[in-house]
Design a protein around this ligand. Sequence first.
Ligand code: BG6
Length: 300
Amino acid sequence: MPSQPASAPPDLPSSVQIVPGEGGLPLVRVTGSAGSAEVYLHGAHVTAWAPVGQEPVLWLSAASRFTDGAAIRGGVPICFPWFGAKAGHPGAPAHGFARLLDWALVDAREERDDVVLTLGLADSDATRASGWPHPFEARYTVTIGEHLTLALHVTNRGREPVQFEAALHTYLRVRDIRATEVAGLQGAPFIDQLAGPGARPGEHSPIRFDAETDRAYLGTQATTTVHDTGARRTITVAKDASNSTVVWNPWIAKAAAMADFGNDEWTGMLCIETCNIRDDAVALAPGESRTMTAVLSVGG
Ligand code: BG6
């Protein structure tokens, strides 16, 4: 899909540089006093973040594509304005168009120990032709420091009400998924996307992994804590204005079937996705906005 029209780049603080990234795609490199990150304009895609003194927190596939028309595999793809396949539009890209388009860097500034990037995307011929013809404006604020705060702000710029889904499809790096546990979603009903559409009752125990896992927890605002026992650390994903959480690991066969995912890489990743999907899709009246936020933190 073609990119958004270029706008004048903002003045950059010394902690922010724009450099050619993988595949020559423009990459915003942030080296802040409390944390560092890499963000591609392609998809407004955060591909790396670490607080100072910490190992990388986000997982990125060594087999990822970095090219127009393809989503980067790893980091934090933005799924918008639909999640998964678009009903009634078999040719529409999975997880929406936002991760395939080039966003504009609107602002970059330092705020105390943090570096704050703002990226923007608006409707274009490409988005209107995709099966979602609505005028919209999206602002994505990425705050890089001891925490990583991701805030997706969507405004309905049209004259009709709109409905959309969104996900901050966060790929976390873990030492070994088989020795990883996810707490916080106990009791929340979920749809097992590998089994069928009906919701299953919540479970009593934290999630452990011994097979492909693809679950959509609906109606939950809970903070999720990933206990990475191999690395002896926890990663916490807190959220605001998000009512769904997806938990995904492709395991062996699905990883092998994906061209942009290394055959053995499934052991080292886990997706905890901050979402509003399915029954939790967002409805906006004309002029109305909603901001969905995820906050990542690392602990011992
Ligand atoms: C997850 C979905 O969010 O994304 C999975 O729940 C899907 O069903 C996965 O396989 C990856 O999707 P994609 O389009 O990036 O390969």
